[in-house]
Design a protein around this ligand. Structure first.
Ligand code: ZN
Ligand code: ZN
Length: 652
């Protein structure tokens, strides 16, 4: 069969912008080119298509051999984003030079390298043409082709090839076949059909006797994790029973994927006990878990461990570390990670801008944004969203609107729904409720109920009862069983002291069987997390906590704190309202932290809902009378209390 001359591939998004309009090799001078240092050792390391081009120039100038062409294709396949057009032209050069026509050994090696290259570019049809033109095929070529189709999301064709491999090619699947077939499986979640496919693949693996192989095991773990079948993941994992870091790392990813954070942490712990070195992506996953659960001590330990084990941190790991420290309330540590990072990319800047905004440093966020532009990095829509959010947290409406209005003209980025939602939140919370509603009506998207709820929350804050009732009635029609809509309307009535109407809202909720959200706060002390609900007496030292809280409330009252009963629950009698405020979950968490932590230590407290106005006021006094800094993370942002004031400037 004659070797084919490949056509240029159809454009695909990731490479279309970098692909030149005309043939690259026509523009390459053939003489006076020097070899780059990387080629002298016989191994070419190429990280971008421009250095691939430079190596291609050298190749042509130096009287190339099939072996050199193979090395070049192998190097090009491992580039971050391999350029199919460059490969097509190199391929054409190899054909013209007769390197693919005689069916000898170098033909097979070179053809396999070209096939692999097209597969890595997600151009499986081109890979298939190379495959069909080959005089000899083996497990390596079948596996490469199967992987090419699987990674391009063409699973059916990959499966068909898997069947042909045994029937027509008479080649038995090896330990690389199943990982090839299962690669990229997370991209096409097909529910039941994927479950079925997974089961049949697993059976094939067992039939082939490869179920104890760590490489195959890791791919099965990833496949089951992608379809959320954690029980099957555990079966595979137990079956492999290995110390191979890839399997253990895949197992941690599986737990993360299935939102079983405790399982991930426990597996990490077991890994350390067995002295298995985790892969870099495992650290990124663990940082994300520690951040989302605010496990600062655990996060610090994982960080220390990563320093010992990973010499070259990638950007993803550093960004996850930065976000972990920010999520745990340690903005200074986040900043240190950002500043000491050698490779800073758009994601690092965006993450740091978000962190600064959440911790109430909008000016620094904006300065960093300017620095990013100055350094030549182009902000993306996430960067701008995070910057808008920083202005929103601080109530800097003018600055926020300026960025929003200039997005398309200056940055060339069309605002998405999230950008509009951020601006609408900003307008509504600053009291511009009419302007917020006007923006909702004019935006090119349909507003979802969460966005209307944001405006309803602002009506409560600014005591705009008429607009609040209208929005609440609309929301009751759209979502008659959503508790938040009733709670927000009830809050408007209690803020205005209209207790009877607030009680009516409460009784509608009861009649419809709608429960309200349970608020809870938690604090990490030593190696334990202590959780408190409202008026919770379940903690082992509950009596001491309540005694300390009563003492603290007495002291802050003497210092000027006045309880704000508009934040009390709707359904209480007048006399019970003030007392109920005292035992809000965040106050209990502080009273415990104050008992359990040495005097003067900073306390980090988390809450699952937004901070309540009365607790916010009490915390300011707590910081004043105890001399402690308090960092409160609610479900929206961070409040840093120090010496009687909060970093949010009472705007949240
Ligand atoms: Zn409260
Ligand atoms: Zn605050």
């Amino acid at each position: 069969m004659p070797p084919f001359l490949p056509p240029l591939p159809t454009p695909c998004a990731p490479n279309s912008t970098s692909r030149p309009a005309r043939g690259l090799l026509h523009a390459i001078p053939h003489r006076n080119l020097k070899l780059p240092p990387g080629r002298r050792g016989g191994r070419i390391t190429i990280s971008s298509s421009s250095s691939t081009l430079s190596a291609a120039q050298d190749l042509i100038a130096d009287a190339p051999t099939p072996r050199a062409f193979s090395a070049l294709f192998k190097a090009a396949s491992s580039a971050t984003s391999p350029s199919p057009s460059l490969g097509v032209q190199l391929h054409a050069q190899a054909v013209v030079r007769g390197f693919l026509g005689d069916g000898d050994n170098s033909n097979t090696i070179l053809s396999t390298a070209i096939l692999n290259f097209y597969a890595s570019c997600r151009e499986p049809d081109l890979a298939r043409q190379v495959f069909d033109a080959m005089a000899r095929t083996n497990a390596v070529t079948w596996n490469a082709l199967i992987k090419g189709y699987a990674q391009a999301g063409r699973r059916e064709e990959a499966l068909e090839l898997f069947r042909d491999m045994r029937r027509q090619g008479h080649v038995a699947p090896d330990k690389y076949t199943f990982p090839a077939l299962l690669s990229g499986i997370g991209r096409e979640r097909g529910g039941g059909c994927m479950q079925e496919l997974g089961g049949s693949m697993h059976a094939q693996v067992i039939k082939s006797g490869l179920h104890k192989d760590p490489f195959v095991g890791a791919s099965l773990v990833s496949m089951y994790a992608a379809i959320g079948a954690l029980e099957d993941v555990k079966v595979v994992f137990d079956d492999v029973d290995t110390l191979d870091p890839v399997v253990w790392s895949s197992m941690i990813s599986a737990y993360v994927n299935c939102k079983e954070e405790q399982g991930a942490l426990l597996t990490f712990y077991k890994m350390l006990c067995r002295d298995i070195k985790p892969r870099q992506f495992v650290y990124s996953s663990l940082f994300a878990i520690c951040g989302s659960m605010s496990l600062l001590e655990m996060g610090r330990q994982v960080h220390a461990h990563s320093l010992k084990n990973i010499a070259d941190k990638d950007a993803a790991m550093t960004n996850a570390l930065l976000t972990m420290y920010s999520d745990c309330g340690c903005i200074d540590d986040a900043w240190r990670v950002f500043s000491s990072n050698d490779v800073v990319d758009v994601v690092s800047y965006s993450s740091m801008i978000l962190a600064l905004g959440q911790h109430g440093h909008p000016k620094e966020a904006f300065e960093l944004f300017r620095q990013m532009e100055f350094s030549g990095l182009v902000p993306d829509e996430v960067t701008l969203l995070n910057l808008l959010s920083a202005f929103n947290h601080a109530g800097l409406v003018h600055e926020g609107l300026h960025i929003f209005d200039s997005m398309l003209d200056i940055q060339g980025i069309k605002p998405t729904y999230q950008h509009y939602a951020c601006v609408i939140d900003m307008l509504a919370r600053s009291g511009e409720i009419g302007e917020a509603i006007k923006t909702i009506n004019e935006m090119p998207f349909e507003a979802g109920t969460p966005l209307w709820r944001i405006v309803l929350g602002a009506c409560s804050k600014h005591r705009d009862i008429a607009t609040g009732i209208k929005i609440a009635e609309m929301l009751f029609e759209m979502e008659p069983y959503e508790a938040a809509n009733y709670i927000l309307l009830g809050n408007i009535y209690t803020r205005l002291g209209r207790w009877t109407e607030a009680e009516k809202v409460r009784s509608v909720m009861d009649k419809r069987g709608i429960g309200s959200y349970d608020a809870f706060s938690w604090i990490e002390m030593g190696k334990k997390t202590h959780r408190f609900g409202v008026a919770d007496r379940s903690h082992p030292i509950s009596e001491e906590i309540y005694r300390n809280l009563d003492r603290l409330i007495g002291s802050i009252k003497a210092a000027g704190y006045v309880p704000d009963i508009s934040f009390a629950a709707h359904n209480l009698e007048k006399d019970g309202r003030e007392e109920s405020l005292h035992y809000h979950c965040e106050k209990l968490a502080f009273a415990f932290g104050d008992l359990a932590s040495p005097s003067g230590n900073t306390l980090r407290i988390m809450k699952n809902l937004r901070a309540c106005g009365d607790c916010h006021s009490a915390y300011k006094y707590f910081s004043l009378i105890t001399g402690r800094k308090i960092i409160l993370r609610d479900n929206h942002r961070f409040h840093h209390f120090n010496n009687g004031a909060c970093s949010c400037g009472d705007y949240w």
